[in-house]
Design a protein around this ligand. Structure first.
Ligand SMILES: [Zn+2]
Ligand SMILES: [Zn+2]
Ligand SMILES: [Zn+2]
Length: 98
């Protein structure tokens, strides 16, 4: 029996594997540091250490609360409105990081 992690965690959207580029940075010829993926619509955008912070801008503009890392070596999710960081629970699901 799993408690809901937060009201936004289950987006009801099946995000495809992320791209290997920031969709907005490629349009403007900019660079990014790390990639994030919106779990509410599947767009791949750049992180807050990138000059354009496209994922956070996208979340604010569209009201899309959930994102995950799109780095190949990372597996975590983030809820913007709740400011909750989720990590794998070792059992195929996620748990809130302490
Ligand atoms: Zn939430
Ligand atoms: Zn970007
Ligand atoms: Zn989105």
């Amino acid at each position: 029996m799993a408690d809901p992690l937060c009201p936004h965690f289950d987006t009801g959207f099946e995000a495809a594997p992320p791209l290997t580029v920031c969709e907005e940075c490629v349009k403007i010829g900019s660079k990014w540091f790390h990639l994030r993926q919106c779990l509410n619509c599947g767009r791949t955008l750049c992180c807050d250490q990138s000059p354009n912070r496209h994922e956070t801008a996208h979340s604010k503009a569209e009201g899309h609360p959930m994102m995950r890392s799109a780095q190949p070596d990372e597996d975590w999710r983030w809820c913007y409105p709740d400011e909750l960081f989720f990590i794998p629970d070792g059992d195929g699901g996620y748990e809130v990081a302490e």
